[in-house]
Structure formats: structure tokens, C-alpha cells
Write a protein that binds this ligand. Structure first.
Ligand code: CA
Length: 219
């Protein structure tokens, strides 16, 4: 995969570029927002630092979303949760908190690869996260090989998360996909179904909450 790294810090950029390169990605690095645009067309994924010397990363993200569907992973300073939520709303696919843990970075990049190039063939509709298996077509979920008895809504929520393993999914998206509409009235219903789904899966931390935004299945 061709990754465009937008990062002004040479130390961070160097480590990230090396890690991605070692894992077979072709990496282009730029240090300024202005240099994003000539390289954007050749990128399958953009890794975007929000603190750039010549522009606010949020503005870069907003402009990028107007002209391209390229997946974007946002890099943000720790504790800038409000920025994260804003970034996701502006169309970032996921985010990473600095200091970047390289294993986590690679896992998130792989998750984007899986989403943008969905698996084909007989196993294409089974999503595996740790010991959870979600059989999308058969509408069946197992944990540690044992069937989990889910209601239709619980399964729909799980499936919506499982179609984007490791990625942040907004409440809005879940409401749209599971209920077909995002009425405030069903918003509470999402919480109830989600709590029940979590308890039935019996794997704390498997579905994590992104405060003020939504949820993520797996890391
Ligand atoms: Ca920076």
C-alpha cells in the first residue's frame, strides 16, 4: 500500500516511515500541508499529523475530504480527545495518539487495508477478532468456538462494527445502518442493545467506547 505520511517532526516521521517500509508499504513523507496535494493522487492512505507548521491539520482534512476518498489516519497529541472527535466527524477513518506506538500504527494501517480491500471467497464473510468470529451471511457469532445467542438488533450492531474491524464507527453510522434512521428516540435503544451485546460476548474491552463519537470492535 502507498502511504503518504504528513508529519513535520523528523523523529516521528523517521520512525513511522521505517516501520511502514519494513512492513512492505511504499511511503512518501512530506512535512508541510502545502506538499500534500501534489502527492495525494498517488496515496492509498494518508497519515496526517494535526499539528503542522503551515496549516491546521483539520483544515487539511476538510479540504482533502472534498476532493478525495482516500482513507485518512489522524495523528494527534495525547489528551486532545476533542480534536479526535472533530477529526472523525470531518471524515478521518481512524486516529492514533502520540507518542505513536509502531505496533498499533501497523495494526491500524492493516485494518484500513482490510476495509478497503475486503477479503473475497468463501471466508470473505467471516470476521475474526481475537476469539470472536462473526459470520456475516449466516448471522451467527461465536466466542471461543461457542455460539452466542444474539437478538436481531444485537447482531446487526455487531455486524456493523465487524465490517470495519479495528476502526472507529460513529453512533450516527450505527443508528443509520441498524435502524435505518437516526432518531433521538432510538439513540437510547442503541445503548441498551450495545450493553447487552457486550455482556453476551463476555469479552470486556472488545467493543470499546470512543467518548462523544462511537465505538470500535477490536484494536
Ligand atoms: Ca507536528
Amino acid at each position: 500500500m502507498r502511504v503518504l505520511v504528513v508529519e513535520d517532526d523528523d523523529g516521528v516521521a523517521g520512525a513511522v516511515v521505517e516501520a511502514l517500509g519494513t512492513h512492505g508499504h511504499r511511503v512518501e513523507r512530506v512535512a508541510r500541508a502545502a506538499d500534500v496535494w501534489p502527492h495525494l493522487r498517488d496515496a492509498d492512505l494518508v497519515l496526517l499529523d494535526l499539528g503542522l507548521p503551515d496549516a491546521d491539520g483539520m483544515d487539511v482534512l476538510r479540504r482533502l475530504r472534498r476532493i478525495a476518498a482516500t482513507p485518512v489516519l489522524v495523528l494527534t497529541a495525547r489528551d486532545a480527545e476533542r480534536d479526535v472527535v472533530r477529526g472523525l466527524r470531518l471524515g478521518a477513518d481512524d486516529y492514533l495518539v502520540k507518542p505513536v506506538r509502531l505496533r498499533e500504527l501497523l495494526a491500524r494501517v492493516d485494518a484500513v487495508v482490510r476495509r478497503t480491500r475486503p477479503a473475497e471467497g468463501p471466508t470473505g464473510d467471516v470476521v475474526e477478532i481475537e476469539d470472536l468470529q462473526v459470520h456475516l451471511a449466516a448471522r451467527r457469532a461465536t466466542v471461543g468456538g461457542a455460539d452466542v445467542a444474539l437478538t436481531a438488533k444485537e447482531f446487526d450492531i455487531l455486524a456493523a462494527l465487524a465490517r470495519r474491524p479495528g476502526a472507529a464507527v460513529s453512533r450516527q453510522q450505527l443508528l443509520d445502518e441498524v435502524w435505518g434512521d437516526a432518531y433521538l428516540a432510538v439513540s437510547r435503544s442503541l445503548d441498551v442493545h450495545l450493553a447487552s451485546l457486550r455482556s453476551k460476548l463476555g469479552r470486556p474491552g472488545l467493543v470499546s467506547t470512543i467518548r462523544g463519537f462511537g465505538y470500535r470492535l477490536g484494536r
